[in-house]
Design a protein around this ligand. Structure first.
Ligand code: C5P
Length: 202
């Protein structure tokens, strides 16, 4: 049986993580938030571990915890993500995950373009900068981080710029990706739109 893969890409805080989790629950697919691989790698470099060594030795236990969801780790993640050797070290794990029996959803920046170019469904999720910053600011503030909306906005823009201008696997929609702009959509509406696109391709 051919594996059924849903590839979901988009910039930071576009809603792709929320949509991916909901889709995985709806269809009973496995879900991999590939940003966690880069966040866990970036996290280790903050302690002085060389980036490639960190990427090659990731363990499941490294991928958990709120410690990965900080602005500092997000920036470190986008720096290691620009290193081709780091990306290469993480490819096999992601492709093996995508090939799981029973279907898989992977979300990230290069899933539809590089990791799973054969995915049956590719979504490219976007939202305005202001909305994305607002969502991320609420999330961070709720967790107790002291950040201003302006700091969050400039952080997201810096990360998007680095992610979309790097030479290797930049953030970009695959030519056959379906665009989903979540700026004016509720979570329920965004998920319903994604479910409809997937059902049409099953
Ligand atoms: O999705 P998230 O914001 O957690 O990703 C953190 C960083 O990891 C991104 O800013 C990006 O630099 C990197 N990343 C990537 N490719 C992916 C997923 C994440 O380069 N597939």
């Amino acid at each position: 049986m051919v594996a059924f893969t849903v590839a979901i890409d988009g910039p930071a805080a576009s809603g792709k993580g929320t949509i991916s989790r909901a889709i995985a629950a709806h269809f009973g697919f496995a879900h991999l938030d590939t940003g966690l691989l880069y966040r866990a790698t970036g996290r280790k470099t903050l302690d002085g571990t060389p980036a490639l060594e960190a990427a090659q030795n990731l363990m499941a236990s490294d991928l958990q915890g709120d410690a990965l969801r900080t602005p500092e780790v997000a920036q470190a993640a986008s720096k290691v993500a620009a290193m081709p050797e780091v990306r290469k070290a993480l490819v096999d794990f992601q492709r093996a995950f995508a090939a799981r029996a029973g279907g898989a959803v992977l979300d990230g920046r290069d899933i539809g373009t590089v990791i799973c170019p054969q995915a049956q469904v590719k979504l490219f999720v976007t939202a305005s900068d202001q909305i994305r910053a607002d969502r991320r600011w609420k999330e961070l503030t709720y967790k107790g981080h002291k950040v201003t909306l302006d700091e969050v906005l400039s952080d997201l823009r810096e990360r998007d710029r680095r992610d979309s201008t790097r030479a290797d696997a930049p953030l970009k929609a695959a030519s056959d990706a379906i665009s989903l702009d979540t700026t004016t959509l509720s979570i329920e509406e965004a998920v319903a739109a994604a479910v409809k696109e997937i059902e049409a391709r099953m």
